[in-house]
Design a protein around this ligand. Structure first.
Ligand code: ADP
Ligand code: MG
Length: 360
């Protein structure tokens, strides 16, 4: 029987182009563990994020390409992923085992930043990525309640604090260490110190993504974060009404000044989806954020409806990603999370990489 060679298979796989990176999967080093026996071909395709939106398309294309090779009897492809660490550097790095830090920012409070951060983190975790969420909103920590964390982490003398766990996420918040009724009057320097502690003194372990829910505006928490960890990217959450306000512009300018890449803008509470008839009502001149994002030179990452279930589930301590995983709203969060993961994966390829080809 005629043999199939590795060269033939790799040649065929060079026709499969990653849509985000615009390079073929062999050149990118995604093809691993190639075995050929009696016309049966098996290999792994190792993507740079389990949240890759093109995963199924790439599998299909790889399958079709190899099936066309002469004498190939069958193809077995395993789609895997390995998130690469951000190539970015900061003055210091308090969390070297965390591969990517995604900061969620907003111009002002009440725009749904925390709700969006939680649901995006859950969407990433649900793809299989090791994900944590840090509540850096020292003034108004909301994650303990939104994630209904009952077993608060315990600090032990001389040891790093293990984060809490909720719905597959590692969670840390200053709220764990504050009494519910304690009025928080943090002065600027103390905010920075608190954020430092939540990074350095917490045993985050190895994570693919750490989502950081920042306080609104441009203050000490933002500054500390940009100095103590390499931020892979910043995501700005805005409502249709506030996207053009000075607060948002100031925020963008601040991140640009410290060289933290802004991944794009999410428009939250964008339109109203009627729960009984499914009618979509554009109550606040929806679409403004898309235009505004373009004016700022930023990508528009997507819109999330103003939706009673998103609020009710958040208030009940079971985010909509968990409470109603099959709803159209959660699909929105999944799409945006996949887009964010795809942008991050592309960032790691700004410098040339050398293909890794399996030699047998
Ligand atoms: N898309 C949405 N639809 C409906 N309510 C929302 C949505 N996003 C957030 N909310 C609600 O708006 C309020 C403020 O959200 P929150 O995430 O705490 O804002 P921030 O962190 O920006 O202050 C909360 O009651 C939350 O449940
Ligand atoms: Mg908040």
């Amino acid at each position: 029987m005629a043999v199939v060679t590795q060269a033939q298979v790799l040649d065929a796989l060079k026709k499969v182009i990653d849509p985000d990176l615009q390079r073929d999967i062999v050149d990118l080093g995604f093809v691993k563990d190639l075995h050929i026996e009696n016309g049966q071909v098996s290999f792994k395709v190792e993507l740079t994020t389990p949240a890759c939106p093109a995963k199924e398309q790439l599998r299909r294309q790889a399958l079709d390409a190899v099936m066309e090779v002469e004498n190939v009897q069958g193809v077995d492809i395993e789609m895997t992923s390995k998130v690469r660490a951000s190539p970015r550097r900061a003055a210091e790095n308090f969390i070297p085992l965390v591969k990517n830090v995604i900061a969620i920012a907003s111009g002002k409070g009440g725009v749904g930043k925390s709700t969006t951060a939680v649901n995006l983190a859950l969407a990433l975790a649900q793809t299989g990525a090791r994900t944590g969420i840090l509540d850096a909103d020292i003034y108004g920590p909301s994650l303990p309640k939104m994630l209904n964390v009952e077993n608060k982490p315990q600090a032990e003398e001389g040891k790093r604090i293990p984060p809490a766990e909720a719905f597959g996420l590692k969670v840390m918040s200053m709220g764990f260490f504050m009494d519910e009724d304690t009025p928080v009057v943090w002065r600027g320097p103390m905010v920075g110190m608190a954020v430092e502690q939540l990074l350095r003194d917490v045993d985050w372990g190895e994570l693919d993504y750490l989502v950081v829910d920042l306080p609104p505006g441009t203050g000490d928490a933002q500054l500390t974060l940009t100095q103590k960890v390499p931020i892979t990217g910043v995501v700005i959450v805005s409502t249709p009404q506030d996207v053009a306000l000075a607060d948002v512009k100031r925020g963008i300018n601040m991140f640009r000044k410290v060289d933290a890449p802004i991944l794009g803008i999410i428009e939250n509470m964008s339109y109203f989806l009627c729960p009984s008839c499914g009618h979509r009502a554009e109550i606040f001149s929806h679409g403004g954020a898309r235009k505004q994002a373009a004016a700022y030179g930023l990508e528009f990452l997507g819109d999330i409806p103003l939706d009673g279930a998103i609020r009710a589930d958040a208030d009940a301590g079971i985010p909509i990603m968990i409470a109603h995983p099959d709803s159209p709203q959660t699909q929105k969060y999944r799409e945006i999370a996949a887009r964010i993961a795809a942008i991050i994966a592309t960032m790691g390829f700004e410098r040339p990489t050398f293909p890794e080809i399996v030699v047998e």
